[in-house]
Design a protein around this ligand. Structure first.
Ligand code: EPU
Length: 430
């Protein structure tokens, strides 16, 4: 089993190139199945969730050809099944994007129910409500979500919660429905906008993505496209906070600064210097970090996917900080691991009360989910001594070459497989 071995204490210094956004790439790949013509996707992150989805698409007859590590050609002209029971697909959240895509194009889809990180109950009632409003019959049987329609007809849909997944799924299905669909209380995340732009590049008629009202006029045909996925807001934010935690000086490159505003604002509040230079942001942490308060919110609020990373920083900041998680009810599981490294955090319901400590110390810890796993790695980079991080498969779901990018910034981190590798690492880092 792979683990990260980390010797903390080195400030991260240098430039890091940010890859394509996982949470944009996933729906874009699924939506590529909505045309029989060829689609080229560039800036695709080479991460496990994306590769699992591509394998599942291959298994139903989509031709998937890697042009290079970050560019893929898809052709869904010969799909041979609308029933997708792929075991691996159960593990990723985005499996359900194939429902919206295939239902939209073929008016029928049966897909294994999604898994993903264990961070809360993660209902799909809003997806189902949206599909039904468009005229589909939706049932859940034998672990599959089954959606079928004679035809889909545009509708006026009010989402009870702002949901990225439901907005994306309903938008895909509505793209090929008859007439106009209006989604109210739509999610405004950058990846929702990216999918809308991709669908539009295929001939869809979508207005308002990025606001809370999206208007979709159905079309009968989508054509091929060439598209570049947006940079990953959360990967960028993770490196920006890694700079803060390690008292470093890191420039994240190839990003869209607008997508990072709430993250930048918090870094400034806790005492970092943040400089925006075209499509780069430099974060310098030369002064002691200060406490603050933060509440996770849908975009443009502070992202829930950055909650563990800011908590790791605040636990090393002077004073008492409060972090409130308002999106997922079970997203503080990593706090036990951080406590083993010396953090002083009390969790009450959806709130963490954090009393800053002077340092972390290395320990043997496990990644409970993707973002928390990455955040724990940043804690280990700041810690005194050696940390072993288990269950890094979670981190690999969403971060490409995480340890290599950190190494290039001066971190002492290695991927180890066996006890012997770990001993070698310990000897090397002293
Ligand atoms: N919700 C419902 N009913 C629904 C759908 C959602 O009640 O039908 C609730 C959820 O329980 C949650 C809230 O609405 O409380 C928001 O959930 P949302 O649907 O927006 O989340 P998601 O689509 O399941 C995506 C990302 C997550 C990210 C969230 C929030 C993907 C594949 N996943 O999940 O990313 O945390 O949006 O921004 O895009 C990650 O990348 O590590 C990750 C977990």
């Amino acid at each position: 089993m792979e683990q990260y071995a980390i010797k903390g204490g080195n400030p991260l210094v240098g430039d890091v190139e940010i890859g394509g956004a996982k949470n944009a790439a996933l729906p874009i790949l699924a939506a590529s199945a909505m045309t029989g013509e060829s689609v080229y996707i560039e800036n695709m992150p080479d991460v496990r969730d994306v590769n699992v989805l591509l394998d599942a698409m291959t298994n139903i007859g989509v031709m998937v050809k890697r042009i290079n590590r970050h560019k893929v050609l898809l052709n869904a002209g010969n799909i041979n099944s609308l029933v997708i029971e792929d075991e691996a697909l159960k593990k990723i959240r985005a499996s359900y994007y194939l429902v919206g895509a295939l239902l939209g194009k073929y008016k029928h889809a049966e897909v294994v129910l999604p898994g993903g990180c264990d961070i809360g109950s993660r209902a799909i009632d809003q997806h189902i409500k949206g599909f039904r409003a468009l005229g589909a019959t939706v049932t859940i049987e034998h672990g599959l979500i089954k959606a079928k329609a004679e035809k889909l007809v545009g509708s006026h849909i009010y989402m009870d919660v702002s949901s990225v997944g439901a907005t994306i799924n309903v938008m895909m299905a509505a793209t090929m429905a008859e007439g106009v669909t209006i989604i109210e209380n739509a999610a405004r995340e950058p990846h929702v906008v990216d999918l809308a732009n991709f669908l539009s590049s295929m001939g869809a008629n979508i207005k308002g993505a990025g606001t809370d009202v999206i208007r979709i006029k159905g079309v009968s045909h989508l054509h091929g496209s060439e598209y570049v996925v947006i940079p990953d807001q959360i990967e960028a934010g993770t490196f920006m906070f890694a700079a803060a935690v390690t008292k470093g000086d890191v420039t994240v490159k190839n990003i869209i600064p607008k997508h990072l505003e709430s993250i930048t604002a918090k870094l400034l509040e806790i005492g970092c210097e943040v400089e925006e230079i075209e499509d780069c942001i430099r974060v310098v942490a030369s002064k002691p970090l200060r406490h603050t308060q933060v509440k996770t919110l849908p975009y443009p609020g502070f992202p829930t996917d950055m909650q563990p990373q800011i908590t790791v920083a605040l636990a090393l900041s002077r004073g008492t900080s409060i972090v409130t998680e308002s999106i997922f009810e079970n997203r503080f599981k990593y706090v036990d691991e951080l406590t083993r490294m010396g953090a002083n955090i009390k969790v009450e319901g959806n709130t963490a009360i954090i009393d800053g400590v002077a340092k972390y110390t290395g320990a043997s810890i496990s990644a409970p989910d993707l973002r928390a796993g990455a955040a724990l790695v940043t804690a280990a980079l700041a810690a005194e001594g050696v940390t072993i991080v288990d269950d890094i498969r979670y981190i690999q779901r969403g971060y490409e070459d995480f340890h290599l990018k950190l190494q290039a910034l001066g971190a002492q981190i290695e991927l180890v497989q066996k006890e012997r590798d770990f001993q070698k690492f310990e000897m090397r880092v002293g």
